[in-house]
Design a protein around this ligand. Structure first.
Ligand code: GLU
Ligand code: ZN
Length: 306
């Protein structure tokens, strides 16, 4: 059994990302499995250099020690390249020169608001002078899988997503391809992550099938939101974790995850809290909902700007 935490280094660890780190850690460790760490820095502009190191420091402060060396997705280009080549050789990938604006104007839109690719370049590009993204041809058969928390989930890739980008026009590999190749390369068997990625999972399973890679199990956690329903994160001004009080954040994260840690644990060091959590962790106690407001009865508005 092998789990992982795969943060994008866009900023310091905050409560929402601690929840994901902790749940994936406990689900792996509870059964004696390994827990690996991968920094997903393919897609990150070179503007946030210290962010990855800050994440590593914060994880260690919270007692979340990973196995083996840290993987950096930016160093995995060869693996991503090989996968792309395999898909191209199979006739499944094609260049697309449509601009964002053209797509917005000519597409219907998915539930999350992103345009569903109308297939303009399926049979050849129209503007060979433009840099081309690479898209993957999708099939029109519905893809179904069982999420360990949220239950059965089904998506018709053709109708609900469309041919999707696997390498961007700027040459960077897209998240969907990179995550699938790297999860397989690291031998990940169970993925526990934020519920905002549930919608991406059928794309990833489809890629695994085409590339002959095993499909891990998936569990999608509720996303921590403020009282306006906004995901806690950099954008909403969620405070970075206080590294001087790691126990406090761990206790809150356990409560968020429905685990009900005993009050006497408050004030204990991370190792003590995590020892309890490992012994008592039950994935099925995590609320199987898309989003959970946190803190539950906040008197302070986290969106307030003073
Ligand atoms: N890097 C992604 C993020 O930070 C998570 C990827 C994943 O868990 O599949 O949102
Ligand atoms: Zn196109």
């Amino acid at each position: 059994m092998r789990g992982r935490f795969a943060p994008s280094p866009t900023g310091p660890l905050h409560f929402g990302s601690l929840v994901t780190a902790l749940a994936s850690f406990l689900e792996a460790r509870r059964y004696g499995g390994e827990w690996l760490l991968r920094i997903e820095d393919v897609d990150v502009p070179r503007g946030t250099p210290g962010a990855a190191d800050a994440i590593l420091r914060a994880l260690e402060r919270h007692g979340l020690h990973w196995d083996g060396p840290v993987w950096y997705q930016s160093q995995r280009r060869d693996g991503h390249e090989a996968a792309l080549e395999r898909l191209s050789r199979a006739g499944l990938a094609y260049p697309c020169t449509c601009s964002r604006r053209e797509l917005a104007a000519h597409s219907t839109h998915a539930r999350d608001g992103s345009p569903i690719y109308p297939g303009h370049c399926r049979d050849g590009i129209r503007q060979p002078d433009r840099p081309a993204a690479i898209r993957l041809r999708v099939a029109d058969t519905p893809l179904a899988f069982q999420d360990a928390l949220r239950g059965p989930f089904k998506q018709d890739l053709e109708r609900e997503v469309g041919d999707f980008v696997i390498r961007r026009a700027d040459g960077l590999f897209a998240y969907q391809l990179a995550v699938v190749v790297d999860d397989a390369a690291q031998g990940i068997t169970q993925i526990v992550r934020g519920g905002d990625l549930l919608d991406s999972t059928p794309r990833q399973i489809y890629l695994q099938t085409l590339l002959g890679l095993p499909t891990p199990t998936y569990a999608h956690l509720p996303v921590a939101v403020d009282r306006h329903g906004h995901k806690l994160g950099k954008q909403t001004g969620a405070a970075p974790l206080d590294l001087d009080r790691p126990g406090l954040a761990l206790m809150a994260a356990l409560r968020f995850l429905g685990q009900d840690p005993p009050l006497e644990l408050s004030g204990e060091p991370p190792a003590t809290i995590l020892a309890w959590a490992r012994a008592h962790w039950r994935l099925e106690r995590v609320p199987a909902i898309p989003a959970r407001r946190w803190p539950p009865n906040a008197r302070v508005d986290p969106c307030r700007v003073d």
